[in-house]
Design a protein around this ligand. Structure first.
Ligand code: MEV
Length: 428
């Protein structure tokens, strides 16, 4: 199996980078040309994707080499508009290629929750007993609504009742008689599956409870569908110029504590994690909003918003850990129709939904590591502005060829403004 470690990959030309990627992921010429262009020239299929589609909105698709996850080499496709995200991911991944297998990951079963809100139930105690007595039948009904899922080894698993009441509900509509059911959605993200099942339960539940069914919808808070990435970094890997590895590990631990304790810092800490995660989600055609919503709810699960990834210094190792809900799928949705997404999944070796969630967690942890590493050493602006300089150069009129030169001059002059770029372009 070929290594994803590509020293100086970012210095190659775009053609050379594509060539290396094609060799690593065994992409055909047609697949390479698919990611090179807008992934489709079929106007009809664009029009069929969303309501009133009038065109395409494109963002750069990049790749982050160097990832070693559970002993497997990966090049990770990432779509982002933020210049330094992929540089940080590749650089962090290079440092996290620790013995024996790099970043270690795991994830839970692909469990999603469906919720059915029932109001005006005349006798809630009796209704609860009746629903639970009919639980097997109701689970059967849900599974009959989507028989394919059970054939693939998943399906609705169990059901329970929660009664929610508070002052406001009592004044407005009375307690909520809530029926919740768990579904193993296998390789799907699962929203459609759970919503179809929830709707199939409405009529039988109205009959059993004599109440009125209102919402029938999944909960995006999939607290059992958790992906975890951990890494144990030897201190010598961390040394930077005159700063020892031990000192950097201490500083990263202090930065982690800051985010664990202060919600203002935690939001930025987590934003950095989502820089990497969202980029992979977009490249692989996922519902980014679902993962974002679940991640931030999870970050606040104990009543205070806190850091999703934490770092601590133990026994001469810097230990990092990230856990978050990861509702992603590799069947259905964009993965079924978007040609570029299909190539992105091929670059990731056609993972299962669980494997994809683990890779994404590893990217999130790496992104956080890189951000903290920069913040406790040179600061974030050095790397950021270097990348940003190219965007400034292009926005000020440099073309693709001259942008790198103009950017270098901007960085060297220490003034990365559009006025400075304009002066350099005029002088050339
Ligand atoms: C910038 O997009 C992300 C960071 O602010 C994250 C962080 O502060 O941890 C660098």
């Amino acid at each position: 199996m070929s290594s994803s470690r590509f020293p100086r990959f970012h210095l190659l030309s775009i053609q050379e980078q594509r060539q290396k990627l094609a060799e690593f992921a065994q992409l055909s010429a047609q697949e390479v040309s698919l990611i090179q262009t807008l992934n489709t020239d079929d106007t009809q299929s664009i029009h069929a994707t969303i309501e009133n589609a009038v065109g395409l909105h494109s963002l750069p698709l990049g790749v982050a080499p160097n990832f070693l996850i559970d002993g497997q080499d990966h090049i990770v496709p990432m779509v982002t508009e933020e210049p330094s995200v992929i540089a940080a991911a590749s650089n962090g991944a290079r440092r996290l290629r620790v013995e024996p297998g790099g970043i270690v990951t795991k994830c839970g079963r692909s469990i999603m929750l469906g919720q059915i809100q029932i109001l005006q139930v005349p006798n809630r105690e009796q209704a609860q007993i009746d629903v639970m007595q009919n639980a097997d039948q109701l689970i059967n009904t849900a599974n009959q609504a989507l028989p394919g899922l059970q054939r693939r080894g998943g399906g609705a698993l169990e059901l329970h009742v929660r009664i929610i009441q508070n002052e406001k509900l009592l004044q407005k509509c009375g307690p909520i008689f809530l029926v919740e059911f768990e579904v193993d959605v296998c390789d799907a993200m699962g929203a459609n599956a759970v919503n179809t099942m929830a709707e199939s339960l409405a009529a039988p539940l109205e009959k059993i409870t004599a109440g009125q069914v209102r919402l029938r919808i999944l909960s995006n808070y999939c607290a059992k569908r958790l992906a975890t990435a951990t890494v144990s970094i030897p201190l010598d890997v961390l040394a930077h110029e005159s700063i020892t590895g031990l000192e950097i590990a201490k500083r990263i631990e202090e930065a982690s504590l800051f985010a664990e304790i202060d919600p203002h810092r935690a939001v930025t800490h987590n934003k950095g994690i989502m820089n990497g995660i969202d980029a992979v989600l977009i490249a692989t055609g996922q519902d980014v909003r679902a993962v974002e919503a679940a991640a931030h709810a999870f970050a606040a699960r104990n009543g205070q918003y806190t850091a999703l990834a934490t770092w601590s210094l133990q026994n001469n190792l810097l230990l990092g850990q990230l856990t978050l809900p990861m509702p992603v799928g590799v069947v259905g949705g964009a993965t079924a129709v978007h040609k570029g997404v299909q190539v992105a999944l091929k670059i990731l070796k056609k993972p299962s939904a669980q494997m994809l969630s683990q890779i994404i967690a590893a990217v999130g942890l790496t992104q956080n590591f890189s951000a903290l590493y920069a913040l406790v050493t040179d600061g974030i602006q050095k790397g950021h502005m270097k990348m940003h300089a190219r965007t400034v150069a292009m926005a000020s009129g440099a073309n693709a060829q001259s942008a790198t030169d103009v950017a270098k001059k901007l960085v060297a002059g220490g003034d990365i403004s559009s006025d400075a770029a304009q002066r350099i372009i005029n002088d050339e």
